[in-house]
Design a protein around this ligand. Sequence first.
Ligand code: ATP
Ligand code: MG
Length: 285
Amino acid sequence: MQAARLPNPGPTTEAPQARPEPLLYLGALNKTFGPVAALSGLQASVGPGEFVTVVGPSGCGKSTLFNIVAGLEEPDAGGILRFEGKSCHAADLLGRVSFMPQRDLLFPWRNVVDNAILALEVEGMPRDQARAKALKMLPEFGLAGFEKQYPNQLSGGMRQRVALMRTFLFERDLMLLDEPFGALDALTRAMMQRWLLDVWQKYRRTILFITHDVDEAIFLGDRVLVMTARPGSVKLEQVVDLPRPRRPEIVTSPEFVRLKRTLLDAIEEESMKSFQSSIAQEKPQ
Ligand SMILES: Nc1ncnc2c1ncn2[C@@H]1O[C@H](COP(=O)(O)OP(=O)(O)OP(=O)(O)O)[C@@H](O)[C@H]1O
Ligand SMILES: [Mg+2]
């Protein structure tokens, strides 16, 4: 595994340096669902303001990891979770991070604004105040003039922007985005990526972002975590040392292509393992 750019807590033999405490630290995380081991010995850390992308074979435990960090699932006993420098249980994180789940979960009976303010309302903000806040943000999310529309009147990209806006409005230092652009065509996706980087740079949130698209993982990330086949752990932690702001043409630069090759090799190895174990399970005994 490549050297992590951020420190893990615990004793160190290095000369003392003022290195920032990670915003989030996960150590020795296991999660089983009955006979299925979803995560095993996962270790990762995310620094304040970082944009970390996560790739890995389908079913390797990426969403499970997010559910734990969002406080929706507890890991098995023995794992370490630290947030803002303090040890905690997953349940303590509920409401402390903003989370866009893999499915956009817009309510069909609520219009754009009322979908966007859902988390604020749940938090107890008066509806008028929450609506005023959301209305101000609409243009930035490319949704100006669409506040009264319902989800079935929006394109796939617009629905994803509403879900993203909901996540942004719930102002937390850490945002978890689970394949937020998964359903988009290549062109819309490229536009959304550039837009997300602009918004991230403006608001300086910390982002953990799951994707199946290696180009997207490199283009957006400060680091890319490649997960192993299930049970998931971090196989490779790749620093993306490309200049920001990232320009679209960076994807053809030699440095980008070299990073892509490294990541694809790692992902392919894990995808093959995942495929082989799924075939083994199908074989008659
Ligand atoms: N609530 C649950 N109950 C039982 N099994 C679960 C539950 N959540 C996840 N799993 C299992 O854990 C494993 C990991 O699932 P997870 O959704 O985390 O994968 P993923 O990496 O997000 O996959 P994908 O890329 O397809 O979204 C799978 O085998 C899945 O069936
Ligand atoms: Mg998933």
